[in-house]
Design a protein around this ligand. Structure first.
Ligand code: ASP
Length: 289
């Protein structure tokens, strides 16, 4: 049994058309289904899905990133392997094409979980990860038009994936440029295991939304802890989004449990997401039908 769910951010606005993202998310899920059918690990598929999302330029992560208030592109990403509970993360990384690849390298090649800023960039360089030459030519600014994102409103966009492989292993990965109009050095939930990303033996989650709120409820880990305590995935994920809503935050999350159940609650207008069920069905949704 395999299953998968991906997201392209909860910053979706009803007035905007998402046809390109819908087509692309389906392509990502179809490509990852082939890999899962071939026996690839949840970890490899989570990274591959997020790399496709980062490289598309359609979401506010990787190529689609938007700059901070000082005009710098500071990107965050994290990954967690549910079967080993290893995690890796980078924050405020500049100059590299796939922050999720850097997060994986931190997990696999260092004794640490998180590297930030210049240290993260030096490490990514040592790992010979793909660099961005001309930033102006590379970044598409995918979030332009998502709304007018005035500074301070925490408008946002992110990508993520949760995967269950044929061996019953779960993994999650998330990547973002953060919220629009963010201060230099601002770090949200995305690169923080337990806040923006989590995977253990029972559940995996990847969050998107106003990260300041997701950090304060340990959103991704809280989903897994609720599942471990016996709650259904649907109830666990809804409870976390409700708690964020009560605090005044907006966003959503995707999650998957070891039985292949998927959930994708959000309290924002929309959340770009797509999934593969254990039965092999593929679905895509931005706004609730
Ligand atoms: N959660 C991300 C952050 O706060 C933004 C997003 O999901 O769109 O950095």
């Amino acid at each position: 049994m395999t299953a998968l769910i991906i997201h392209g951010g909860a910053g979706a606005r009803r007035e905007r058309n998402y046809d390109a993202e819908i087509v692309h998310m389906r392509q990502v899920v179809e490509a990852m289904k082939v890999r899962l059918d071939e026996g690839d690990s949840a970890l490899d598929v989570a990274v591959a899905a997020v790399v496709m999302l980062e490289d598309s330029g359609l979401y506010v992560a990787g190529k689609g990133a938007s700059p901070n208030l000082a005009g710098a592109y500071e990107l965050d990403a994290s990954i967690m392997d549910g079967s080993t509970r290893r995690a890796g993360s980078v924050a405020a990384l500049q100059g590299f094409r796939n922050p999720v690849a850097a997060a994986r390298a931190v997990m696999e090649k260092t004794p640490h979980v998180m590297l930030v800023g210049e240290g993260a960039a030096l490490f990514a360089h040592d790992q010979a990860l793909d660099m961005i030459g001309d930033e102006t030519a590379w970044f598409t600014g995918a979030g332009k038009g998502e709304d007018n994102h005035p500074p301070g409103t925490l408008s946002h966009g992110t990508v993520g994936a949760c995967v269950l492989d044929a061996h019953g292993r779960l993994a999650a990965a998330t990547s973002t440029a953060g919220v629009f109009g963010k201060m230099p050095g601002r770090v949200g939930d995305t690169p923080i295991p337990a806040a923006g990303t989590w995977a253990d033996a029972g559940a995996a989650a990847s969050c998107t939304g106003q990260g300041e709120y997701f950090i304060r409820v340990a959103a991704a880990a809280q989903v897994a802890w609720r599942v471990a305590a016996g709650q259904s995935l649907a109830d666990a994920t809804q409870a976390v989004i409700d708690e964020i809503g009560v605090m005044g935050g907006d966003g959503g999350l995707i999650a998957l449990d070891a039985q292949g159940n998927i959930a994708a609650p959000f309290n924002s207008q929309g959340m770009k997401h797509a999934w593969l069920t254990p039965d092999g069905d593929i679905g895509v949704e931005v706004f609730r039908s």
